[in-house]
Ligand binder design. Structure first.
Ligand SMILES: CC(C)(COP(=O)(O)OP(=O)(O)OC[C@H]1O[C@@H](n2cnc3c(N)ncnc32)[C@H](O)[C@@H]1OP(=O)(O)O)[C@@H](O)C(=O)NCCC(=O)NCCS
Length: 271
């Protein structure tokens, strides 16, 4: 990872886009990292095909076209409060297999191939991220979409929900150590190993460092390695957080796969 990630993707022909409610689009940074965002108004009926394409992209990345976020989530939790930001390709440049998988029959127009979305919380500058995906692997498109989206929103702090065995944690921790706000979330769809994290983007400066190909250094050593299915330990961590006796961070580079499972490097600090 070196050089300017977003501009390199643009040079390769990927088109940075933002897709959301018209008023939200007007308030985004129009040229994050110096690249123009192609603004696509979700409330314009002529962009209905883009709605479908975003949904197919999401479904395909998350494991099959029927697994995409429900249309109402896309609107209520995405388009109305914020905007999907990512990269698209002109339809004629899509690999044939992807064209078929995305059900693209029209060679004209843009097709989204990576997206990320975060929505604002009531805490100023803090956004919660709930989708990041890409259907062209090996190009850092998912990561770059998250980077671009946070810059476009003017985000200074992120929050998110993840599972300890998700390899996307290797991407989330590039933005810095994740403070584990809730180490165990029993009311989630995946109650075994879901947690809530926060990440301080240092006023947004972290985003510029990453786009330049830099790294967020963190030389702290983990206190222990958490096995991704060790729910008992997650519950114990949650008890300590609630009692305000301890705090936890998931350190970069995030989850590591070993023969005996997936492990995350955890820093435990007594308060
Ligand atoms: C996670 C995701 C967005 C990454 O997209 P991307 O940035 O375009 O990913 P790339 O293919 O360029 O890979 C980026 C890095 O992640 C690693 N990676 C991606 N998926 C991985 C996996 N399943 N296991 C291990 N490593 C993986 C790659 O090896 C690569 O590492 P490197 O940069 O050190 O070489 C994409 O894989 C995806 O859409 N996954 C399905 C949806 C999902 O789980 N989203 C995250 C939910 S928060």
């Amino acid at each position: 990872m070196s050089g300017h990630l977003v501009s390199k993707l643009v040079e390769e022909g990927y088109v940075p886009f933002a897709f959301g409610n018209r008023r939200n689009l007007e308030l985004l940074h129009p040229a994050p990292f110096g690249v123009d965002l192609h603004m696509i108004a979700a409330d314009d009926p002529k962009n209905l095909t883009y709605h479908h394409a975003i949904n197919r992209l999401n479904g395909l990345a998350y494991g099959g076209k029927d697994m995409g976020m429900p249309a109402w989530v896309q609107i209520d939790c995405g388009i109305l409060p914020s905007a999907f930001v990512g990269f698209a390709l002109p339809a004629q440049l899509l690999p044939e297999k992807l064209k078929w998988q995305m059900e693209i029959n029209d060679e004209a127009g843009l097709v989204p191939v990576a997206e990320a979305i975060s929505i604002p919380t009531v805490q100023p500058g803090k956004f919660t991220s709930f989708s990041m995906c890409s259907v062209i692997p090996g190009k850092q498109l998912g990561y770059a979409a998250k980077l671009l989206s946070l810059k476009a929103y003017g985000c200074r702090e992120t929050a998110g929900v993840a599972q300890f065995d998700n390899f996307a944690l290797r991407i989330h921790t590039r933005f810095g150590a994740l403070s584990i706000e809730e180490p165990h979330v029993p009311y989630h769809t995946c109650p075994e190993n879901t947690f809530v994290y926060g990440c301080d983007l240092r006023g947004g400066s972290v985003l510029d460092v990453l786009e330049r190909g830099g790294r967020v250094d963190d030389d702290r050593e983990p206190t222990f390695w958490l096995e991704s299915r060790d729910t008992e330990r997650m519950v114990a961590m949650a008890d300590r957080v609630r009692a305000r006796t301890h705090r936890y961070w998931l350190l970069p580079p995030g989850a590591q796969r070993r023969d005996d499972g997936v492990f995350s490097p955890i820093l435990e600090v007594e308060v």
